[in-house]
Design a protein around this ligand. Structure first.
Ligand code: ATP
Length: 351
């Protein structure tokens, strides 16, 4: 069942179309991420759902009711912001109780609900500590507790981990996911970090220049991108801009003529096209075999399990990612290698 529905939602700031005609159903209990590069309209979309921003056109439904005209406090949402926006003069316990006190609940009930939620975010032992004395990660967990304690229908996150260092970010995102699973609260999570979106989400919606370009599970988005943009943004794909030459069964990028299997090229026309090739869809061999392209290793990056390369091939730089092996160990910068493409993992599209 759909819990949040966005219908033809747009937001214009003077000449800027920040969000353009977004239609989306978010299911009950789902963890849904809105993913896109800086300035694509993610925050504006989330702020419209929260009620902090009024849409230029379109409507928002939560639990079947049209909330487009309702103020934030009447929408049944909880929100966690990038900079937490906690009150500096309050303790952890007072922060957790704030939303419940405005609902005028009995003191005993407030106390037990606050303790329960602080227990869930592993902060019950800090209940009497002033918020400014907590670490960044702990403050973030207080912000999550404050948003969840009022039992909202929908929990909204706006880049909540961007102020944390890398290791804490990974740990905190695991905690957020576990908490969401336990509580089952429908969650909408804005991020520009594809790894964060992939690891947390049931489904992801990718936004580009205000438009929702693709929605799907992390696997669908990664394995079956419908555009070079999604392939590049989610899969780190090499995107080559060139031309289709049908009579040669080739894709041409400057000097580099790439032979393309008939199944990949069928349905395309001669002319401008883009080829998206994931770094792991290119195989390297230590000598150039028949049917392979000759390349030269420009850069090698050993990351333990994986080794990444940048390979020069006829004027084109290709990023290649492969499992570390005896071969990758011996393949140093400057070495000549053979390259071949796994066409089942490439996307060739007209531009
Ligand atoms: P980031 O990841 O950098 O936060 P974003 O994807 O969340 O970016 P938004 O903050 O939604 O993007 O901004 C989308 C576009 O709308 C941008 O071009 C931005 O400059 C513009 N914009 C956002 N808020 C306003 C505003 N209040 N007034 C005018 N323009 C705005």
């Amino acid at each position: 069942m759909s819990l949040v529905t966005l219908l033809n939602l747009s937001k214009h700031f003077k000449s800027t179309a920040a969000v353009q005609d977004v239609n989306l159903d978010i299911r009950s209990g789902e963890f849904f991420s809105i993913l896109g590069p800086s300035g694509c309209g993610k925050t504006t979309l989330l702020r419209m759902i929260a009620g902090f921003e009024q849409p230029t056109t379109g409507a928002i439904f939560i639990n079947g009711s049209d909330v487009t005209q309702l103020p934030p406090q009447e929408r049944g949402i909880g929100m966690v912001f990038q900079n937490y926006e906690l009150f500096p003069h309050m303790t952890v316990g007072e922060t957790g109780a704030f939303g419940l006190e405005t609902q005028r609940l009995p003191k005993g009930e407030i106390r037990s609900r606050v303790e329960r939620i602080l227990d869930a975010v592993k902060l019950v032992h800090k209940i009497d500590v002033p918020v400014p004395r907590l670490s960044g990660g702990e403050q973030q967990r207080v912000a999550v507790a404050r948003a969840i304690v009022v039992e909202p229908a929908v929990l909204l996150f706006d880049e909540p981990l961007s102020n944390l260092d890398v290791s804490l970010r990974v740990k905190t995102r695991e905690e957020i996911r576990a908490l969401q699973r336990r509580t089952g609260i429908t969650t909408i999570y804005v991020t520009h970090d594809q790894a964060e979106a992939m690891s947390l989400s049931d489904r992801i919606g990718v936004i580009r220049a205000g438009q929702l370009v693709q929605v799907g599970t992390p696997e669908e988005m990664y394995e079956m991108p419908q555009s070079a943009f999604v392939a590049e943004f989610l899969g780190g794909a090499n995107v080559l801009q060139g031309q289709v030459a049908l009579q040669e069964f080739a894709f041409v990028v400057g000097e580099f003529r790439i032979a393309v299997p008939p199944t990949t090229i069928s349905g395309l026309k001669n002319g401008d096209a883009a080829l998206a090739v994931k770094p792991e869809a290119i195989a390297l061999s230590p000598t150039v075999h028949r049917g392979e392209y000759e390349g030269r290793i420009f850069h090698r990056e050993y990351l333990g399990f994986i080794t990444n390369f940048v390979v020069h091939v006829q004027g084109v730089d290709l990023h290649v990612s492969t499992m570390s092996s005896a071969m990758t160990k011996e393949t140093r910068e400057g070495a000549v290698v053979g390259l071949s493409f796994d066409w089942s993992r490439c996307l060739l599209m007209q531009r």
